[in-house]
Design a protein around this ligand. Sequence first.
Ligand SMILES: Cc1cc2nc3c(=O)[nH]c(=O)nc-3n(C[C@H](O)[C@H](O)[C@H](O)COP(=O)(O)OP(=O)(O)OC[C@H]3O[C@@H](n4cnc5c(N)ncnc54)[C@H](O)[C@@H]3O)c2cc1C
Ligand SMILES: Cc1cc2nc3c(=O)[nH]c(=O)nc-3n(C[C@H](O)[C@H](O)[C@H](O)COP(=O)(O)O)c2cc1C
Length: 736
Amino acid sequence: MLRQWHALPGLFLALVLAVTAGTGAILAGQAALDAATAPRVAEATISLAALAETITTQIPGVEKITRTPSGRVRVTYLEQGRPRSVVVDPKTGIPTAADTASPTLRMITNLHRAWLSGDGGRLVAGGAAFVMLLLCLTGLLMLKRMFGGWLALLRPFRGDGIRRWHLELGRFAVAGMLLSSVTGLHMSLVGFEILPDGAPADVFVTASGETPRSFSALDGLATLSLANLREITLPDPADASDPIIIRTDEAIRFVDAATGQILREDRYSLAWHVRDIAYRLHTAEGMLWLSILLAISSACGFVLALTGLTISLRRRFASGRVRANAPAGAADILLLVGSEGGSTMGFAKALHRALAAAGRRVHLAPMNELPARSPASQIIILAATAGDGEAPASASRFIDKLAEWEGSKPNVIIVGFGDRQFPRFCGYAEQVETACLAHGFSLAMLTERIDRQSSEAFARWSEQLAFRLDVPLQLELDEASAAGQRYRVIEREDYGAEVQAPTAILRFAIVPRFRWLPAWLQHILGWMPRFEPGDLVAISPPSDPRPRFYSIASASGSGVLEICVRHQPGGICSGYLCGLTPGAEIMATIRPNPAFRPDAKATSLILIGAGAGIAPLVGFVRNARPGHPVQLYWGGRDPNSDFLFGKDLEKAQKAGRLARLSTIFSRIRGGGYVQDLITRDAADLREAIAAGGQILICGGRDMAEGVRIALAEALAPLGLDLSTLRQNGRLLEDVY
Ligand SMILES: Cc1cc2nc3c(=O)[nH]c(=O)nc-3n(C[C@H](O)[C@H](O)[C@H](O)COP(=O)(O)OP(=O)(O)OC[C@H]3O[C@@H](n4cnc5c(N)ncnc54)[C@H](O)[C@@H]3O)c2cc1C
Ligand SMILES: Cc1cc2nc3c(=O)[nH]c(=O)nc-3n(C[C@H](O)[C@H](O)[C@H](O)COP(=O)(O)O)c2cc1C
């Protein structure tokens, strides 16, 4: 709900906000420039009477003397019946510059305040201030909920490019944006007379009508200095009964120009002061630091409006809408989805459609949006597993929320989505089952485990569900399997045939979804895949819909998807991939794998792999900062046949991105396995780990097991075990 409140106004009003924030940034920048270049004088020592005297003797026809918030003195006078304005030196009263506002700045001010039109435009500007306030507040609450507390907002954020920018900029600029929106809204409400402006009522004060005396002889001005002044309006020379009107910070005074007597003094009300403070804080005129802060936060507001719009559009295009989603408070089935890569959502939507067609009111939501109570009699949970048996992104807070459930407990049905290639198959679904039972929920069916998004297995399970709920279910799963992006093979390199380890490095170009739309626009709209080395690509061979994962060596910025595939004996997908030739096209889906990335703060990187496991490690090496200590341990069969990425590694060494390359080959005389290198270099590795190094392992399960044993022995003298290293994020594994 909070997300919709944050996204909807953001979607519709992003452009209005971008203009309001952009023009606000320019005006605040102008205010900063004005404050920085204003004259610095001791205003309290400059007598107002003396200053008015000098100005009126030097400039004929003076109507008004104004002190701007930045401390400039502006004089308005009539010259041949036309109003003119000039800036004078506050000490001498001598004109220093003509006071001409630039037409562009006037246009920007008008655009900011009233969209270049009258009351309608002012209404839009006021609405923009309100929406900005709403976005700041809902954004702050969302951040708090997302990161689990206010203090967590101070910690570093993770996430992909644009979302991360949105979060970082939002956190940085929220204080300035809140100030601008609250004060702007107040000014609008005053402008539309919804709040009182507190200005003194217009009064008509009549002076004595005698011949005016010099200003220095007037008692009404005697105690005032330039520091008190806002504006003096001089009497109309044609009307002897006109008084001098002096506006200061506290009051408006009417002074007789002949006798010097104060004819009337109206002190400002509280409402006037509130409006004045709101105006000054909003415009920041004369306040250098505040104007700089507002200029920066408004510029961030401009970017935030655009990034927010992009995120909303992406989410809409990526997820599509769930048709006929019953509200949580009126549903008889809650259908909750825990997904990292989005494929489980396809199954959930198909199930939602089938249940809705059977007349059930179903509320479909991410697991993290489990409500605190519901009239539903059934909760169906479709939970994928991420990381090493962990919760996927949209279920990260589910188990905590389960503890907050109020009222009677519906029956629960759980379906785990996982992959038998991982050691903890459907590990997260198991955690959910344990938590549900611990919190007193009953299971209405045995927990099902679906391997590699098998449509057949899900369809079989849905038949049992139909029987259990006593409803006819017609499941249409095509939407679930239709996801993916097209890639074209542009290059392949073959290795290892002579040593019975046929392996291909495959490079694919990303085929844009719409050939007629510029690629950069498709990037912004999220229609082009994004990936980094270490992410995975899921590929299904034509004869089997179940996807296999391959570790990615390249980054999407290069426009190339690069993987390394070992052809397994009898392997369907690896056989299919190793048979591809340049020009062939495949469908594939990127699976982000943020848990397998080098830590930029690690003092050194120790990369360990064998065979095709080298792919992400090569990507990390290419991305390494020159001079950063990166070591790669890699094992193959024969340097003359399967030295994968040999040339890239040589180049990286020359460029200073790979400090040390240690290879070992098993099919040559005196050869061995990569774990033998770990045992050989145990002392060096101990030193590197003790100094804050990080280890990343990638490749087959047997290799990983051997490496773990060798590492555990190497690190034992430090009193460090591998699980401690793993918990601290200093040992990461991508093992299959
Ligand atoms: C997170 C992850 C990352 C992966 N990254 C890569 C990668 O970068 N490069 C790569 O080549 N593979 C990688 N794999 C393995 C890949 O996903 C497939 O499992 C592999 O290509 C075999 O698929 P297949 O369809 O050819 O075999 P299948 O047709 O599914 O199986 C056929 C035969 O091959 C055997 N087999 C399947 N997988 C393996 C294996 N890994 N080791 C030994 N025998 C096996 C099976 O036991 C079976 O006998 C990764 C797996 C995971 C889970
Ligand atoms: C990085 C990564 C880690 C995974 N870890 C596991 C795991 O530990 N156990 C498991 O059974 N499946 C694991 N899987 C497989 C996914 O759970 C499975 O592909 C699921 O269908 C993905 O659903 P989703 O696209 O909705 O996230 C993992 C997949 C990825 C990409």
